[in-house]
Design a protein around this ligand. Sequence first.
Ligand code: FAD
Length: 413
Amino acid sequence: MANPDVIVIGAGVVGLSAAIAAQARGMTVTVLDREGPAAGASAGNAGAFAFTDILPLASPGILKKAPKWLLDPLGPLSVPPAYALRIAPWMFRFWRACSPEQVAKSTTAQTALMDLSKAELEPFLHRTGTLPMLRKEGNLQVYESEAELKDALPGWKVREAHGIEFHHLDASRMAEIQPGLAARFTHGTFTPGWYSIADPKLYTLALADHFRSLGGIVERANVTALRPVEGGVEVLSVGGETRRALQVVLSAGAFSHRIARSLDERIPLETERGYNTTLPADAFDLRTQVTFGGHGFVVTRLSTGIRVGGAVELGGLDLPPNFRRSEAMLRKAKDFLPGLKTQGGRQWFGFRPSLPDSLPAIGRARSTPRVIHAFGHGHLGLTQSAGTARLVADLLSGQTPAIDITPFSPQRF
Ligand SMILES: Cc1cc2nc3c(=O)[nH]c(=O)nc-3n(C[C@H](O)[C@H](O)[C@H](O)COP(=O)(O)OP(=O)(O)OC[C@H]3O[C@@H](n4cnc5c(N)ncnc54)[C@H](O)[C@@H]3O)c2cc1C
């Protein structure tokens, strides 16, 4: 069989969206995944298109919360002792990215990518036949005191300056949007422009189906290395197989840096491991996505159930999961939504692919313009998938990217 124009590595939401965008530009595309579509974070996330989340995670606010969070080993943020030394250089870079200058730069870049992603999303869903999966139910961020809301106000001011709609609410107005919240939540902020997908795994699988229906090929391969050759790139995988394409997109989520190493690139990609439990659909009458920001988790209504998920565990790719984390989150969710039925849940854990400044890597590899990196979207890979796909397709077809991609340069570290 003839070599494809493009090989995409990784059949998560980022890789498949990019593959579909390349296909729409007339390129022949093969997607390689070692396990199959939706094997990674794209399956188990909270399903949010969090377009209003323009502030980077790396910020002074998180530095203020982190010490308290770290005291609780099952709390919103944890560093397993076995990984503490390994993660230290990444944490140092994260800390440096919390400077006011870098936060301002990252916010501008993130806003541009969010605006592009929002503009691209509905046409993309329409083209791929997935528009019926889109929900526009907003997000309710809840606070336990007026002081907690006040602490969050500077962030809302930044969003206001970027034209983002939100409404601060008292307890009675919150109850109109989401009945059943515990009385400890006295204030809230509702953002109507926050969308979600009916189920992130079914969405990713639907993208794979659409891609195949237009002649795209999805193959199993555990990719180990990339090798630039005359007029193309070779893709090497376990078992000694070698494939070849004119261009390659590297979108293997939290594992991408391992493959990038074969091109002599050292990209400080780490993983923020996250956990969730998906309860049966009748577990709670959820009307909007609810974010318990002070506790680092969200509750989402999916077509497949009520998902309670979040937490950040800086534990690398190889340590086994600690599902006591999901259980702790579920206990809290029961306190916060007393009517929640907590039986019959399915637990999951996955790897957010995260760079220390909270921005993804989107751009060409240093050693060859024929490899395009598209990974490291952290907490926002679903949200930014359609925008990233547009940028990747622009690069693959030699066009000027729709927005300035300098802030996302894989070589910025
Ligand atoms: C608990 C949790 C909640 C989240 N909630 C949200 C949310 O609400 N909204 C949002 O926007 N984002 C959310 N995220 C983040 C989001 O899930 C990720 O940013 C996104 O899924 C990353 O997509 P991806 O395609 O880059 O990676 P993945 O989905 O991880 O896909 C990577 C693929 O690459 C494959 N692969 C890896 N190595 C190789 C190899 N060597 N060879 C071949 N294939 C390989 C894997 O099998 C996998 O299929 C959440 C994440 C977590 C963990």
